[in-house]
Design a binder for this molecule. Sequence first.
Ligand code: PEP
Length: 252
Amino acid sequence: MRKPFIAGNWKLQKTVGESLDLAAALKQETAGIDDIDIVIAPVYTSLTKVADLLVGSNISVAGQNCYPAASGAFTGEVSPALLKDAGCRYCIVGHSERRQLFAETDAFINQKSRALIDAGMGVIFCVGETLEERESDQMYDVLTTQVREGLKGISAEEMQNLVVAYEPVWAIGTGKTASDEQAEEAHAFIRGLLQGLYDENVAEATRILYGGSVKPDNVDGLMAQQDIDGTLVGGASLKAADFARIIHFKRG
Ligand code: PEP
């Protein structure tokens, strides 16, 4: 059994005060849950205060990005070790907004995954096809390249520190969710890729999250799918009640 993993990506939203309010509300709404990994990813400027507020709770904090160097002349960047120092346990890499808006390549995403694992951090590794790629039958090739290149050099043992998030780009922030069947098909495909790249044990143990307009009213159907082990949530993670409902998804 894979432990469900529910993560909220706050993107470029919320002041320190607003972040603390949301984190405090979530702490209350999720008190006592110990069979789900719950993660939130606030903006950099809120990380330490949110992490301090959540010490001793069942919610972990994640960075939304990092730079794959320990230190040096990299103006504006933040290293995995500094994220850890700020109280983060995980970091998101490969989000489609970083791939598209900041031209991040699979090779660069791979360096970030490597640097995070070396720093003792967990990785939330995102992949997903655009609408154009899906409609031109390139989806499987795109996912294969993103997974193969992004995970290059990550050992089977190190995969214990990584969750994959399948996020079809056309479903992110659009209100258009993949159907349960579309999502399951992609997840099963990614699990098959992991089996090919590693082995059955890694494929069975790795959690694969779905992301793309997950809401309180569609989470139950998605989470009922065999290969969907959690969700990465953008918009609906910004309201405590909605994110709490997603965390409290109905189990079949
Ligand atoms: C995301 O940013 O990872 C995401 C899935 O956003 P949304 O839930 O708003 O589609």
